[in-house]
Unconditional design. Structure first.
Length: 108
């Protein structure tokens, strides 16, 4: 299995799909391919990540993109934000702090 510098998961649960997560996936994959980053950056579909269900927001956070290895979660990823997330985080390795919804923490 290949090792990627960045692996982004886009939620394709019911609520995220209704708000365009498939379009987010397609656009991100197109950008990765166009920039020749297919060996470094991987874009994958995920099942529902339950952010909407657990917070009771009924899709208010959709679509959700989670970026590893650091576990950075973005919510409400609209096309203009997706472009910034791609350029800054996926391509250059710098999370877009003003758009970060949640970040996983590691245990000491």
């Amino acid at each position: 299995m290949e090792s990627y510098r960045i692996h982004a998961f886009v939620c394709t649960g019911k609520r995220c799909s209704k708000k365009g997560s498939e379009d987010v996936i397609d656009r991100l994959k197109d950008r990765v391919k166009a920039d020749g980053l297919t060996g470094e950056v991987r874009i994958s579909r995920s099942g529902c990540v339950k952010v909407c269900k657990e917070t009771g927001t009924e899709g208010e956070y959709s679509p959700v993109v989670i970026v590893y290895p650091e576990g950075t979660w973005y919510r409400n990823v609209v096309p203009s934000e997706m472009k910034e997330i791609y350029e800054e985080h996926l391509k250059s390795g710098r999370p877009v702090e003003c758009l970060v919804h949640f970040r996983l923490t590691t245990s000491p």
